[in-house]
Design a protein around this ligand. Structure first.
Ligand code: GLN
Length: 522
């Protein structure tokens, strides 16, 4: 079932194999009918993760990139909707030469070809299948991976099944029935799992493992405990200690190989025993639904690990800031972060948050809509452009400081086209952005429609705004800073998508580092 941690389990397995010297990639097969998750409600689906090539994908791809060196793209996230869409298009083009198009073999063939498509140049593809065994939706995917072993050398295919071992408090017992039934369901459709990962909140005794082994028809060694962890970054180490690397490597014919997990050990050292802490306010609309800020939260954790401190995330509702004296909620925080967002609810509150950071010299990191808020605040309060606004929310504003670019407007369809994926940006020497990256040219991922309005560049720069990052053509403003502030930076892109615990993103690393300085200066 969902929330069991399949994504983290797949990512952790990927990392264990990488640490054993293998080149891996991952892919997520999602059983829903949406063609991609780009337009799905974040309340239902969590974050939309954006890849270099501009795919709007499932948030599990974020875990894959954070845990491993595999880079994800459009081809690594395939939904049932995409598969059916492509098969139907082929049928319309007559590619099936008039034969009856069916789930087996046409849909399953398409799924298998998608799996093969990601396998170029890697030793192992880890394929995560979303949904629950027994659901109607996931059947074609499970059937496809059943066939996969049949089509290939059976030794080259391993089935890992993640199940739940619920703990019944009143009986003080772990129950194996859900696991038994789930495995039965899998076997009904012809898949015998090779390894079981049993998600549990209690230690799993040898007896319970033997029972599962007997009922589920697999080696007792292949019943691996996947215990609840305080941090997701403990999972690779935990699974390794429970024997997952050994059993998988054995099945891959690599017995005796010892993964080098020193990186994970260092990361966990600072997660478990931080040398201090820092309070960061995150101002947003979806503060009730933290899942939609997954990568952002992780990037903050990485920034913390890099500075050896724990980041306390204070979720502040942007709408609360709009009330009289609302910005007092931000007092006491060591840094203010306004993340990306869609929709006008709370936008005025985000502008106030940027203004509060500007006036009180609190470190500020603005991401996409967080940059729009910072620019609007500056235009109104410092450059004295009355009623300046983003045309996204106030189309009739006298000063559309944030607007669609002209070529986007010509495109016609509502709101223009989205700028998606990786774009280059050139940094100005001497800026705090340059100090963070230590490089003149950077590449960052985007997901937005509106941009800084070039008509106001001169006026805002005259008033003290520093434009420290621009596109190579000079046409797009990518990063702004404030001249008279220790660390105020806002970017048009999403740095959180490129952060990992091994290598915190430079902007998150520096944001946390300056928030710590601000904390100790008070
Ligand atoms: N809504 C804004 C835009 O479309 C910002 C999007 C974002 O923050 N990712 O331009």
């Amino acid at each position: 079932m969902s929330s069991l941690g399949k994504g983290i389990a797949a990512a952790s397995l990927g990392s264990l194999l990488e640490c054993s010297g293998l080149k891996i990639t991952l892919m997520k097969l999602d059983p829903y009918i949406n063609v991609d998750p780009g337009t799905m409600n974040p309340f239902q689906h969590g974050e939309v993760y954006v890849t270099d090539d501009g795919a709007e994908t499932d948030l599990d791809l974020g875990h894959y990139e954070r845990f491993t060196h595999a880079r994800m793209g459009k081809i690594n996230n395939v939904t049932a909707g995409r598969i059916y869409n492509d098969v139907i298009e082929k049928e319309r083009r007559g590619e099936f030469l008039g034969s009856t198009v069916q789930v087996i073999p046409h849909i399953t063939d398409e799924i298998k070809s998608r799996i093969r498509a990601v396998s170029d140049g890697v030793d192992v593809v880890i394929c995560e299948i979303g949904g629950t065994v027994g659901d109607i939706e996931s059947l074609p995917f499970l059937e496809a991976i059943r066939q996969f072993r049949f089509d290939n050398n059976p030794k080259n295919v391993i089935y890992v099944h993640l199940t739940l071992l619920p703990y019944i408090k009143t009986a003080d017992e772990l129950k194996t029935k859900p696991t038994q039934h789930s495995v039965q369901k899998l076997r009904e459709i012809g898949i015998q799992p090779d390894v079981l990962l049993c998600r549990t909140e209690q230690q799993v005794s040898k007896d319970i493992k033997s029972k599962i082994s007997l009922f589920c028809n697999l080696d007792v060694d292949a019943v691996v405990t996947a215990m609840d962890a305080k941090s997701i970054y403990q999972v690779p180490l935990n699974l390794h200690h429970e024997g997952l690397s050994r059993i998988i490597l054995e099945k891959l014919g690599m017995s005796g190989v010892q993964p080098d997990l020193s990186q994970w050990e260092t990361i966990n050292k600072y997660i478990e025993k931080p040398e201090g802490d820092v309070d960061i306010a995150i101002v947003g609309k979806y503060v009730e639904l933290k899942e939609s800020y997954k990568s952002l939260m992780e990037a903050l954790v990485h920034g913390g690990v890099n500075n050896r401190v724990k980041v306390n995330m204070k979720w502040v509702s942007a709408e609360d800031l709009e009330k009289e004296g609302g910005t007092e909620l931000l007092r006491g925080c060591d840094g203010i972060l306004v993340p990306g967002g869609f929709g006008d609810r709370g936008f005025e509150g985000k502008i106030k948050a940027a203004g509060f950071a500007r006036e009180n010299k609190v470190p500020y990191l603005g991401i996409c809509l967080g940059m729009h808020s910072a620019v609007v605040d500056f235009a109104r309060s410092v450059a004295k452009l009355e009623d300046a606004d983003s045309a996204e929310f106030k189309p009739d504003t006298p000063h559309p400081i944030i607007d669609l670019m002209q070529d986007q407007e010509v495109n016609g369809n509502k709101g223009g086209t989205m700028r998606l994926g990786e774009y280059p940006c050139q940094l100005r020497k001497g800026s705090i952005a340059f100090a963070a990256y230590g490089d003149r040219e950077i590449n960052e991922r985007h997901r937005h429609r509106y941009e800084f309005n070039n008509k106001y560049r001169f006026q805002l720069e005259e008033a003290g705004m520093k434009i420290s990052g621009i596109s190579p053509s000079g046409n797009l403003v990518e990063i702004i800073e404030l001249a008279d502030h220790p660390w105020f930076l806002a970017g048009q892109f999403h740095p959180e998508f490129k952060s990992s615990p091994m290598e915190a993103h430079p902007l998150f690393r520096e944001f946390i580092s300056h928030s710590l300085k601000y904390r100790s200066s008070r």
